[in-house]
Design a protein around this ligand. Sequence first.
Ligand SMILES: Cc1cc2nc3c(=O)[nH]c(=O)nc-3n(C[C@H](O)[C@H](O)[C@H](O)COP(=O)(O)OP(=O)(O)OC[C@H]3O[C@@H](n4cnc5c(N)ncnc54)[C@H](O)[C@@H]3O)c2cc1C
Length: 296
Amino acid sequence: MADTLPKVSGKLTRQAPLAPLVWFKSGGAADWLFEPKNLADLQAFLAECDPAVPVMALGLGSNMIVRDGGVAGVVVRLGKAFAAVRTLDNVTLECGGGASGILVSSTARDSGIAGVEFLRSIPGTVGGFVRMNGGAYGGEVKDILIDCDVVLRSGELVTLGNAELHYSYRHSALPEGAIVVAARFRGRSGEPAAIQAEMDRISASREASQPLRSKTGGSTFKNPDGYRAWELVDRAGCRGLVLGGAQVSEKHTNFLINTGTASSADIEALGDEVRRRVKADSGVELEWEIQRVGRS
Ligand SMILES: Cc1cc2nc3c(=O)[nH]c(=O)nc-3n(C[C@H](O)[C@H](O)[C@H](O)COP(=O)(O)OP(=O)(O)OC[C@H]3O[C@@H](n4cnc5c(N)ncnc54)[C@H](O)[C@@H]3O)c2cc1C
């Protein structure tokens, strides 16, 4: 495929290991990893790239199992040029698709914009939040997103409004292969000290309940209607369950952990075993929240 890829001004790496770039620290390599220099570079590359080549965005890999056979085609990772956050007015933020939740929420605090505190605690980038409808502690991206700028697989830059993303729980209708390069969020006026206090409350609560310093992928399964996934997993006797180097967290049963030597196959097989046991115990079919990508 080497000859078929267009020239870029950013960085294009062949057979790029993805394990170091994702939270689980497991999985294979991307056929190609593209880190565009800027928006024009990304657009030109996608416009010229054979439409048959699959393209996938990667944020901080905090919600992803990259399978051991690696990812076909091109994985796009947004760097510095896409990581800025600025205020547009006293309640509106414009954020690069690669900006972290920490930067977005702390810029909001410094500018007296409340309602964005929940992003402080979700590891990830704005692109990942927009695609996944990231949410926590009563807030969700769908509540604050005005619109986002997206580079389509064709290289075309379009702006999609909130309604066009047809948000539901941890899901958006973002087109396949589309890369979110910027998003505008609307909060409300607030006092920086009160915003900081809310961010501190959220951080402390999370620290107490989740394995934040582990190799993990966040919540493994979506909460089914009327249930909490962690309770179903616990009730099915899966707390601490081990498969190869993978384990169901003792601290939070909706988190899977790489204890050090897990392959992605171990992690995925453990998730499927949990689904099987929960189905047998409670009759409920758990649906994966974690994105599983690549070749087995
Ligand atoms: C400890 C821990 C706690 C977590 N807690 C929460 C929580 O409370 N709430 C919650 O919602 N999630 C939580 N997560 C999951 C995760 O943080 C979110 O899903 C986050 O939105 C993923 O962002 P990311 O940038 O790392 O995306 P990735 O994990 O890299 O990718 C996730 C998906 O988003 C797509 N994507 C990434 N960037 C872009 C882009 N620029 N354009 C288009 N698509 C893109 C990817 O292709 C993939 O489909 C947690 C994860 C961990 C590890």
